[in-house]
Design a binder for this molecule. Structure first.
Ligand SMILES: [Zn+2]
Ligand SMILES: [Zn+2]
Length: 279
């Protein structure tokens, strides 16, 4: 299983010399199975570049999973060029919550007067499947969802293939129980022994004084989860819009220092758009 990171920024895309290393695009991650299945998680602005790659390689079938419907996780969808190509098939997955379907949520990103091209102009064949609590499979990859602690709710996913596991929990506030969310212990169990855990690490303790209840975690709380679950690698994710490369390097160093101080084998890194992890 190969994980390619296309966007790791939280809330809003950013650009500038201070964001070159970790990138400015919002959430988009690609999981490639050993059989070559393309499983995309979230349609943040990182989806644009992934779409260009899919076109260049002639890929005609992708699965697109959603964590939740906040803008930063949807806004890349109208710029995903394969949707305008006949002969392409796109399978959508996600928990629709109060909406009728994931497709209905997505179609609103292209609604007048907010966007010039209507959802009806899409040429690809689009299917939509609601997944909230039960496990499902795409090719050889087994996928298990879990509810997140986030305003308006959301789901995280665990991907398993050939005994390797990747747990992706973004937009998750570990220290506050939101409507529909799970307990800390449930996240530890869900992430137990993960080869790779990528988790929301948006805030510092100081920032969190002002942002409690907004649905994101302090990076040391996310690290605590990685350590308690004995994850082999912990990727800091959903980078704050003000977090420069230099600032983020410091958070990563701090995580590695804490993990080493506890004698843990967990290795920490900041998720960088344009890089990949092979499991
Ligand atoms: Zn977000
Ligand atoms: Zn969110």
């Amino acid at each position: 299983m190969k994980i390619t990171y296309w966007g790791a920024r939280g809330s809003i895309p950013v650009s500038g010399a201070e964001y070159v290393k970790y990138g400015g695009d919002t959430t988009c991650i690609e999981v490639t199975s050993r059989d070559g299945d393309t499983i995309i998680v979230d349609a943040g602005t990182g989806l644009r570049k992934l779409g260009n790659k899919a076109l260049a390689s002639g890929r005609k079938h992708v699965s697109l999973l959603f964590t939740h419907a906040h803008w930063d996780h949807l806004m890349g969808f109208p710029f995903f060029k394969p949707i305008y190509m006949k002969g392409t098939k796109i399978d959508l997955y996600g928990c629709p919550y109060a909406q009728e379907s994931v497709k209905a949520i997505l179609s609103k990103t292209m609604m007048a007067p907010y966007f010039p091209v209507e959802f009806g102009m899409i040429q690809a064949e689009v299917t939509s499947r609601g997944v909230c609590d039960s496990a499902f499979a795409i090719g050889p990859v087994e996928i298990t969802p879990i509810q997140l602690n986030h305003p308006n709710q959301g789901i995280g996913y665990r991907f398993m293939e050939d005994g390797k596991s990747f747990v992706f929990l973004t937009d998750n506030e570990l220290t506050l129980r939101h409507n529909g969310g799970a307990s800390y212990e449930e996240y530890v169990k869900f992430s137990e022994g993960a080869d790779l855990l990528v988790h929301d690490a948006e805030y510092t303790k100081e920032q969190y004084q002002l942002t409690k209840g907004w649905g994101h975690s302090v990076y040391t709380d996310a690290l605590r989860l990685a350590l308690d679950a004995r994850a082999k690698q912990f990727g800091l994710f959903h980078h704050n819009q003000e977090r420069s490369d230099a600032d983020l390097d410091k958070l990563v160093d701090d995580c590695n220092r804490i993990a080493a101080g506890e004698g843990a084998a967990t290795r920490c890194f900041g998720v960088q758009a344009g890089t990949e992890t092979e499991l």
